[in-house]
Design a protein around this ligand. Structure first.
Ligand SMILES: Nc1nc2c(c(=O)[nH]1)N[C@H]1C(S)=C(S)[C@@H](COP(=O)(O)O)O[C@H]1N2
Ligand SMILES: [Mo]
Length: 433
């Protein structure tokens, strides 16, 4: 796994300077009898990583890395999520665990750029709206509930780097395969309603979002990620300032107690642990807005080609994509007929059709495709495929959006490995009956 040298993973960090690693990662102070005391955010992060509270944490030795991390690299509390990176904590969902129409919280992926905040007390949480507004304001979550209409919507959130693992030559960044995507039901108030009530000045062009997580370096006040969107996208009535996920408080690693959901665009636009929204008269230039972050070359390039930073542009709507959620990759059966199903989504657009192939793309059949539960929810599809004889097959799925654009066979290579919407395929072996 390739990693930034200034953002080392857990094991590398402990190898270089175990005391510093303890302090940075888990806020743990070593003491004379070689026990390390976990506090606050450290307890929360370690708890999230092992998937439970740790009753005997007071006996944990200093410099201790739980074996669940060293071993199978699974976060148990997140029900089968696969750890992609320990620091920052990143975990994806295997495609067959994304079978539900609404993604359960335990199966919603985690993408952190920094260290999650220690204190996520909903009653004390404050959100500031300022910058180029007529009435700057600071609201608590109850204010949001009281002053604005509360709505619930199933909304797709997908990391811009989902699918990065398949780039060749490899792209720098977390090697997501298929599972940095989910469609939970989010409850909150419209982003647009809140901005409107603050009064948007006529010269506003962009939003800037801030959250309470801190930078991996531990430097106070340094943001790990602060992105924004053009004001027109911010005013789309489907965006939410959300305080609930699937009818319950938001999971701590998914941004509790308050986050933005800006569906259809890279997940990074959906600031977690949301504390501030600032309106600006220029394109926002916070961390992960500039350079090559969440930006792609403005023209087709060949794999491995060097591109000047000035030729990159900010990613807006995500491309059309689909997932096969049943059967799981590697399925074995002795039946000749198999039910296949999954989801498809298309950024700001709708999905018009989903086609399946069992003969490596020689022929295609149309799947049954549902309407989305609401705009920006993924669309469920299903089909029954029939295998002519025993043997190895691959089921391929290909979605087409409402502009007639369909998923490609091969990745359009870009240096940072964004927007891989090439077709999902799963292996099925049919045994002699
Ligand atoms: N404050 C904050 N918000 C954030 C991030 C972050 O690191 N810090 N990561 C972003 C990215 S890159 C993605 S893809 C989504 C992931 O949301 P999730 O972890 O709830 O799945 O959150 C976004 N919001
Ligand atoms: Mo992301």
């Amino acid at each position: 796994m390739k990693k930034d040298t200034d953002c080392p993973g857990v094991f590398e960090l402990y190898r270089r300077d175990p005391d510093k690693a303890d302090r940075l990662l888990f806020g743990r102070e070593s003491c004379s009898d070689r026990r390390g005391f976990l506090k606050g955010a450290g307890l929360a992060v370690m708890g999230a990583m092992v998937g439970s509270t740790i009753p005997f944490q007071r006996y944990m030795p200093a410099h201790f890395i739980p074996s669940v991390l060293a071993g199978e690299r699974i976060i148990r509390g997140k029900d089968g999520l696969v750890l992609i990176n320990e620091r920052p904590l990143n975990a994806e969902t295997p495609a067959h665990l994304l079978d539900d129409a609404i993604t359960p919280t335990e199966r919603h992926f985690i993408r952190n750029n920094g260290v999650p905040p220690e204190n996520t007390d909903a009653a004390a949480w404050k959100l500031t709206i300022d910058g180029l507004v007529d009435r700057p304001m600071t609201l608590c979550i109850d204010d949001l509930r009281d002053r604005f209409e509360v709505i619930s919507r199933a909304l797709v959130l997908e990391c811009g780097g989902n699918g990065r693992a398949f780039f060749d030559p490899p792209a720098k960044g977390d090697p997501w395969t298929y599972g940095a995507v989910g469609c939970s039901e989010w409850t909150g108030v419209r982003f647009a309603d809140v901005l409107r009530s603050a009064g948007i000045k006529t010269n506003v062009v962009y939003t800037a979002h801030e959250g309470a997580d801190t930078h991996l370096s531990g430097e106070p006040g340094k943001l790990s990620l602060s992105r924004g969107v053009p004001i027109a996208k911010a005013m789309d009535e489907h965006n939410l300032i959300a305080f609930a996920q699937n009818g319950k408080p938001i999971h701590p690693m998914n941004g509790a107690p308050l986050r933005l959901i800006v569906p259809g665009w890279p997940g990074s636009c959906s600031q977690k642990w949301l504390t501030r929204i600032r309106l600006r008269d220029q394109v926002h230039d916070g961390p992960k807005m500039t350079g090559t972050s969440y930006r792609v070359p403005n023209r087709p390039i060949s794999p491995g080609e060097q591109v000047d930073e000035k030729d990159f542009e900010i990613i807006h709507s995500m491309p059309v994509k689909s997932l096969i959620t049943s059967p799981a990759d590697g399925h074995r059966t002795d039946g000749r007929s198999l039910a296949v199903r999954g989801h498809a989504w298309a950024g700001d657009l709708r999905v018009n059709s989903v086609h399946l192939s069992i003969d490596f793309g020689a022929t295609w059949m149309k799947a049954m495709l549902d309407e989305p539960l609401n705009a920006y929810a993924w669309q469920n599809w299903r089909a029954r495929v029939t295998f002519p004889q025993a043997g190895y097959y691959e089921v391929w799925a290909r979605a087409t959006d409402s502009h007639g654009v369909r998923q490609p066979h091969a990745i359009a290579w870009n240096p940072r490995g964004y927007l891989n919407n090439s077709m999902h395929r799963v292996a099925v072996t049919v045994d002699e009956a």
